[in-house]
Design a protein around this ligand. Structure first.
Ligand code: RFL
Ligand code: PHB
Length: 391
């Protein structure tokens, strides 16, 4: 097989890249280790920044989002006894949208089908070759068990944090920064109407809790738990009881309504940035190059921002023989990556409870500042609602 751009990974980064390239008349093939059904049902992120929504709109992917998603003006930040609303629209003139990654992925899949996009799902043994030359290629075993070779002008690794692309950049030219946080999230999806109109981020001595949502009848909630937590130790009743305490059930008449839990998982929390995001004819985008803890809701938005920079850079490289934007891709993308890495670390360390009571005092002081100083609130709002793509 031969194509112009071999895209490894059919998550949001890979699918959106194929969509943006097709709009510029550039062919790609998307390779994916999982089945399409698995990818489309995988429950992950749920918050889209203004610039993500604008980009999806501009390439014909905003229609269902606008119809079925919820626009939120801001978030609630709380600690015991106090809940404060931060209104991003008033503070920085931008909102966020609640629309699940599952839905973004399905919309992209449908649009790519309509365009005749070539996909290979359920492949195994993905290997990248000769990425530093003008003739890079990928080998894999297709879903029928046949060995395949895909030649391309460029390979883009959109294969997430566990894919092979990052390691295809030689270790001597690569630098990786990271942090493992000493806590995890237990996330649930529940068939119950959200008990809140906008997301609640709650600091509590028992640990952080977050009330998010997916639709008018589906809630998504998270609890800070110990790393390595065995989910079997958390019955549905125990989860709802902990959420009620940490989210302040009963305070000022606010009630958390429990409901049937349909999905439960434990997510580790880490930050990773791999530099550079390009080596020869291999480019990395999304989680393949960087991981953020989910507290700032940045992971999916960063994946979108990367490919928004990469698609025109590849167009310049492949259609105009202009290597400038592709040469600048890594530095350009990393500016935003580091901003979001800092913001996600900051939100995470402000809201998660550790063993040191000194930290708890600092966190409460910080929360009070962010909720009472307009300047501080605007800083949070600007980062959460998302900086412009050209940052
Ligand atoms: P994705 O979505 O991980 O997609 C990568 C795709 O590459 C495929 N792949 C391969 N394909 C071919 N050959 C191989 N050898 C391959 N190895 C892997 C994978 O199967 C996959 O389909 O990365 P992308 O596109 O960069 O998008 C990034 C976002 O998915 C991610 O940042 C967010 O979802 C982060 N995230 C969450 N963010 C939130 O805001 N809220 C959440 O609740 C939330 N939950 C999560 C998450 C990320 C998770 N990860 C990375 C494991 C939960 C998890 C478990
Ligand atoms: C989610 O709805 O999955 C979600 C929302 C906000 C976050 C993290 C996750 O900060």
């Amino acid at each position: 097989m031969r194509t112009e751009v071999a895209i490894i990974g059919a998550g949001p980064a890979g699918l959106l890249l194929s969509h943006l390239l097709a709009a510029d008349g550039i062919d790609s093939v998307v390779l994916e280790v999982r089945t399409r059904e698995y990818v489309e049902a995988r429950i992950r992120a749920g918050i889209l920044e203004t610039s993500t929504v604008d980009l999806l709109d501009s390439v014909g992917l905003g229609e269902r989002l606008r119809r079925e998603g919820f626009e939120h003006r801001g978030i609630y930040l709380q600690w015991p006894e106090e809940r404060h609303h931060l209104d991003f629209v008033d503070l920085v003139g931008r909102s966020v949208w609640v629309y699940g990654q599952t839905e973004v992925t399905k919309d992209l899949g449908k649009a790519r089908d309509a365009d005749g996009q070539q996909f290979c799902y359920a492949i195994t043994d993905t290997e990248l070759h000769d990425v530093a030359t003008d003739r890079p290629h990928v080998t894999f075993v297709d879903s029928d068990g046949a060995a395949q070779r895909l030649d391309a002008d460029v390979i883009v690794g959109c294969d997430g944090s566990f894919g092979p692309s990052r390691a295809a950049i030689p270790e001597r030219t690569r630098q990786t920064w990271g942090r493992e946080y000493p806590y995890s999230w237990l996330g649930i999806l529940a068939d119950v109407a959200p008990s809140t109109d906008e997301l609640i981020y709650a600091w509590h001595p028992d640990g952080f809790a977050l009330h998010s949502m997916r639709s008018a009848s589906v809630s998504r909630l998270y609890l800070q738990v110990e790393p390595g937590t065995d989910i079997a130790q958390w019955s549905d009743d125990r989860i709802w009881d902990a959420l009620a305490v940490r989210l302040g059930h009963g305070q000022d008449g606010w009630q958390l309504t429990p409901g049937p839990i349909t999905d439960k998982s434990v997510l580790p929390m880490r930050s990773v940035v791999a530099e550079p995001m390009r080596h020869g004819r291999l480019f990395l985008a999304g989680d393949a190059a960087h991981i953020v803890p989910p507290t700032g809701a940045k992971g999916l938005n960063l994946a979108v921002a990367d490919v928004a920079v990469l698609a025109p850079a590849l167009q310049a490289l492949l259609r105009k023989n202009d290597p400038g934007p592709a040469d600048a891709y890594s530095d350009t993308a990393l500016r935003r990556v580091w901003r979001c890495t800092h913001f996600s670390w900051w939100m995470t360390t402000m809201l998660h409870v550790g063993p040191d009571p000194f930290d708890a005092q600092l966190q409460q002081s910080q929360l009070r500042w962010v909720t009472t100083s307009e300047a501080a609130a605007a800083g949070l709002a600007e980062n959460y609602a998302g900086l412009p793509l050209e940052l």
